[in-house]
Design a protein around this ligand. Structure first.
Ligand code: TXA
Ligand code: MG
Length: 342
């Protein structure tokens, strides 16, 4: 299959072409403000199955359904609690996914057999226009081969899925860079299942106490039932093994300098970059600039594939704000191989 890049800036019919593919039950790569997604008609089970095939995604990992307008939420879930109304009013459109009891129109393949569904209203204008013109909700996981780092440019999508999907819609580099925050509102208390573009602190400001799922911080065994099935899989992993070093930036840099071999790649903060002049290094931004770190983290992880790097060392931001999401992606990329410098 030849994958075409549809660029709305150069081609006035780009949306029309993407919409006709989606309506015909095909999959299309779609930009969002977080990462690129691989979209299909969420109400068509056969179309959604093609997403799992193209990504090589395990069948028990449910998909997020993307909408273009707040009203669409009410048609896809059984009921909308006050907490969801408040969060939607403040954070939508934007990088927040809410898990709610699903309505019967959601096919089982979307929810992987669960009785809940994740809904998100993205803020990327290209995504919103696509969903709006398609006139259907779009199921979309991140547009990477299952297990690899997520994709934040159309070039990344073509690297992973070129030849396997009919088209990718161009939307430029993703401005958030890590996936949406996933919060479950289907239980007694709100529960954070995945940290992302909206911080835990922002959620707590609106909801009060938010429980944090332990799969965020530690490796989960294959036999354990987790709230978000995606959390138990090896994720975001480049080919070379990753070691994450947490703590004060000067001290983590010193630790990595002492332990990294000559064939190591290093993911580091700008302040420490000069210390890794001998290594293949990726600078993800200043130690305090988690926004920039979030935007660069997946490109950094992906960029070592195809180099001679045999091991990867990464400095890790602390857990404040967006730092929790960046740290979570790094730790998952490392299979939770983490060194804490205290
Ligand atoms: O930013 C994002 O959320 C991107 C863009 C494309 O919107 N999408 C994305 O999808 O990251 P994906 O499939 O890569 O990650 C979705 C996560 C998985 O960990 C999945 O297990 C969890 O959300 N999830 C989806 N539906 C769920 C449900 N009903 N209950 C619990 N977890 C759910
Ligand atoms: Mg993903």
């Amino acid at each position: 299959m030849n994958t075409i890049l549809l660029d709305p800036v150069k081609d006035a019919d780009a949306y029309k072409k993407a919409v006709s593919l989606l309506r015909a039950g095909e999959v299309v790569g779609m930009p969002t403000e977080t990462v690129y997604g691989l979209a299909a008609n969420a109400l068509n089970g056969a179309a959604v199955k093609k997403i799992f095939v193209a990504k090589g995604r395990p069948q028990d990992n449910p998909l997020i359904v993307h909408i273009a307008d707040q009203k669409q939420l009410y048609t896809l879930v059984q009921s909308v609690p006050e907490s969801a109304k408040k969060l939607a009013a403040i954070f939508w459109p934007g990088p927040l996914t809410m898990i709610l009891p699903k309505a019967s129109c959601i096919p089982d393949v979307v929810s992987a057999g669960l009785d809940t569904v994740g809904i998100r209203l993205p803020s990327h204008p290209v995504a919103r226009r696509l969903i709006w013109e398609a006139g259907i909700p779009l199921a979309a996981p991140s547009a990477n081969t299952s297990g690899r780092p997520s994709t934040t440019t159309s070039k990344h999508v073509l690297e992973d899925l070129g030849g396997k999907i009919p088209a990718v819609l161009e939307g430029g580099p993703c401005i958030v860079g890590v996936e949406s925050t996933v919060i479950s509102l289907s239980g007694a208390k709100p529960r954070l299942l995945r940290p992302g573009g909206i911080s835990l602190e922002q959620l707590e400001e609106v909801l009060g106490e938010v429980e944090v799922d332990r799969a965020l911080c530690e490796k989960i065994g294959d036999d354990v039932r987790v709230s978000a099935p995606g959390m138990k899989y090896r994720h975001y992993a480049p080919k070379a093994p990753v070691t994450v070093v947490c703590g004060d930036p000067e001290r983590t840099a010193a630790y990595i300098t002492r332990h990294a071999g000559m064939d190591a790649g290093v993911i580091c903060f700008s302040e420490c970059a000069f210390q890794f002049a001998m290594h293949e290094r990726r600078v993800i931004g200043a130690a305090g600039d988690v926004q920039t770190q979030a935007r660069r983290i997946f490109d950094a992880l992906r960029s070592f594939d195809g180099t001679s790097v045999r091991e990867i060392w990464a400095q890790c931001p602390n857990d404040r704000g967006l730092g929790l999401a960046v740290a979570n992606r790094l730790k998952k990329a490392a299979g939770f191989h983490v060194i804490n410098i205290v």
